[in-house]
Ligand binder design. Structure first.
Ligand code: GDP
Ligand code: IMO
Ligand code: MG
Length: 429
C-alpha cells in the first residue's frame, strides 16, 4: 500500500495542509479529489506562509499536483491563486500541475446564488464560505454544468447554456434578480479559457500511468467527515462527500488505490459556520483555545467556534472513513491547561448514546459526558520526538487513540513543516 489518503476527521481545518505538505516530499503526486476553493490549507515553511484553496498542497515542494474530476473549479480563483503562489516563488507549469478536463466549473452565477440563499435564510443560514460550492455541485448533478473541457468548444455551448440559464433565471427571478447576462458570461469564459486549458487533461489517464510506474500517490481531502453531505451534520454540511472513498471517484482511480487512510484530527474541536457542536465552549477555556490556536478561518477570516475534544465524533468519523491511523495536530495549543476534558459519550433525554444521532434536533440536544484529565504546563510546541513530550501529554494522546479506536501515526506540535513526530510511516504501512 504505497498510497496515502488524507482526510479531515472533524469539521475541517484540522491541519490537513501542514500534514500533506510534510508528506509531499515522500510522494510522487498529490491529488485533490473533492471540494473547491472553500478549502483553506495553510503551510508554514520557515518564515514563508502559503495559503492554498484549490491547488494541492504538494505544489509547494514541486511535487506533481493534480486536481481531480471531483473538484468544482472556479477558473478565476485558480488564476489568482496561481499568481499569488508564483509571487511567493512557487513554479506552476503544465509539467507539475494537471487539471481534470471533466471538472465542473464554478461560475459567477453560482456565487450569486450561494449569497442570495444565505441572505434569504437569515438566522437559518448554513454559514457557507460564499464560494458557490453548493450551487455548482447541484448543477453538476442536475446535468447542466459547464465543465473544463467545454472551454475548448465554446462555440458548441449553446444547448448547455440554454439549460443552465433557464434553471438559474427562474431561481434569480424568485429572488428579484435580473436574468443571467449570457453574453458577459461567454465573454468571461473566452477570456479565461486558454489559461485553464493549458493544464487540462484526462487526469485518470495520467494517474494510471503514474500508478503503473509504481509512484506514490497522496490524496488530499478538503473539509472533514462531519461536513460530508451524507455523513455530516446535515444540512449544516458542504455539498460533497468528504470521506476517504471519494478519493477514488473524485480522481478516476479505483478504490484499491487509496491506500493508508490518514485521518487528520485536531487535539480539540473547532467549527466554522452554523450547526450543532456538542462540546462547544463559550467560556474562558474556549477563548483560550481560539487565541492559542489562532482559530480564524483561512478562507473567510471568520472566528472558529472552539470546544473540547469529542472522541465520539472522531470515533464515528474514523469508522465511516476507514481511517488506518490519525495525525493528531495542535497538541501544543493544549499546553498550560490545569485540566483538559474529553467527551466520551452523550446524554440525550436521559439516555446514554455512544454515537452521534442523524437527526439535527437530536444533534443539537445531546449533552456531552466528559472525562477530565490532568493537563501539562511544559511546552510541547516544536517537539519532534515522542521523548520531547511531557508525560501528561503522552497520556492524553494515548487516551485519545484508545477512545477513537484508531492508532496515532503522526503528532503535530506547531504550524512549521518539520515540527512533526512520526510514530508510524503511512507510506511504509
Ligand atoms: P486545513 O484546512 O485542515 O489544512 O487546516 P487550516 O490550515 O485551515 O488550519 C489549521 C491551522 O493550524 C493553520 O493555521 C496551521 O498553520 C495551523 N497548524 C497546523 N498544525 C498545527 C500544530 O500542530 N500546532 C499549531 N499551533 N498550529 C498548527
Ligand atoms: P478545509 O479544507 C472548515 C464549511 C463552511 C460551512 C459549510 C458549507 O479548510 O478544512 P460551503 O461553502 O462548503 O458550502 O460551506 O462548510 N466549510 C469548511 N469549514 N474548513 C473547510 O475547509 C470548509 N469548507 C467548507 O464554513 O459551514
Ligand atoms: Mg482550512
Amino acid at each position: 500500500m504505497a498510497n496515502v489518503t488524507v482526510i479531515g476527521a472533524q469539521w475541517g481545518d484540522e491541519g490537513k495542509g501542514k500534514i500533506v505538505d510534510w508528506l509531499a516530499s515522500r510522494a510522487d503526486a498529490v491529488v485533490r479529489f473533492q471540494g473547491g476553493h472553500n478549502a483553506g490549507h495553510t503551510l508554514v515553511v520557515g518564515d514563508q506562509v502559503y495559503k492554498l484553496s484549490l491547488l494541492p498542497s504538494g505544489i509547494v515542494t514541486g511535487t506533481l499536483s493534480i486536481i481531480g474530476n471531483g473538484v468544482v473549479l472556479d477558473p478565476w480563483a485558480l488564476k489568482s491563486e496561481v499568481a499569488k503562489l508564483e509571487s511567493q516563488g512557487v513554479s506552476i507549469t503544465p509539467e507539475n500541475f494537471a487539471l481534470a478536463d471533466n471538472c465542473a466549473l464554478i461560475l459567477p452565477l453560482h456565487r450569486d446564488l450561494d449569497g442570495l440563499r444565505e441572505t434569504a435564510a437569515g438566522s437559518g443560514k448554513i454559514g457557507t464560505t460564499g464560494r458557490g460550492i453548493g450551487p455548482a455541485y447541484e448543477d453538476k448533478v442536475g446535468r447542466r454544468a459547464i465543465r473544463v473541457c467545454d472551454l475548448s468548444h465554446l462555440d458548441k455551448m449553446d444547448p448547455q447554456l440554454d439549460r443552465l440559464c433557464a434553471h438559474h433565471d427562474a431561481l434569480r427571478a424568485g429572488f428579484g434578480e435580473p436574468p443571467v447576462d449570457r453574453a458577459a458570461l461567454v465573454a468571461e469564459l473566452k477570456e479565461i479559457a486558454d489559461f485553464v486549458l493549458q493544464f487540462a487533461q484526462p487526469v485518470w489517464k495520467r494517474l494510471k500511468k503514474v500508478r503503473k510506474a509504481g509512484a506514490r500517490i497522496l490524496f488530499e481531502g478538503a473539509q472533514g467527515v462531519l461536513l460530508d453531505v451524507d455523513h455530516g451534520t446535515y444540512p449544516f454540511v458542504t455539498s460533497s462527500n468528504t470521506v476517504s472513498g471519494t478519493a477514488a471517484s473524485g480522481s478516476g482511480l479505483g478504490p484499491n488505490s487509496t491506500g493508508f487512510v490518514l485521518g487528520i484530527v485536531k487535539a480539540y474541536t473547532t467549527r466554522v459556520g452554523s450547526g450543532p457542536f456538542p462540546t462547544e465552549l463559550d467560556d474562558e477555556a474556549g477563548q483560550r483555545l481560539g487565541e492559542r490556536g489562532h482559530e480564524f478561518g483561512t478562507v473567510t477570516g471568520r472566528q472558529r467556534r472552539c470546544g473540547w475534544f469529542d472522541a465520539v465524533l472522531v470515533r464515528q468519523s474514523c469508522a465511516i472513513s476507514g481511517v488506518t491511523g490519525i495525525a493528531l495536530t495542535k497538541v501544543d495549543v493544549l499546553d498550560g491547561f490545569d485540566k483538559v476534558k474529553i467527551c466520551t459519550g452523550y446524554r440525550l433525554r436521559g439516555k446514554i448514546m455512544d454515537y452521534f444521532p442523524a437527526h439535527s434536533a437530536d444533534q443539537a440536544e445531546v449533552e456531552p459526558i466528559y472525562e477530565e484529565m490532568d493537563g501539562w504546563h511544559e511546552t510541547t510546541a516544536g517537539a519532534r520526538s515522542w521523548a520531547d513530550l511531557p508525560a501528561n501529554a503522552i497520556k492524553y494522546i494515548q487516551r485519545v487513540q484508545e477512545l477513537i479506536e484508531t492508532p496515532v501515526a503522526l503528532v503535530s506540535t506547531s504550524p512549521q513543516r518539520e515540527d512533526t513526530i512520526l510514530v508510524r510511516d503511512p507510506f511504509l504501512d
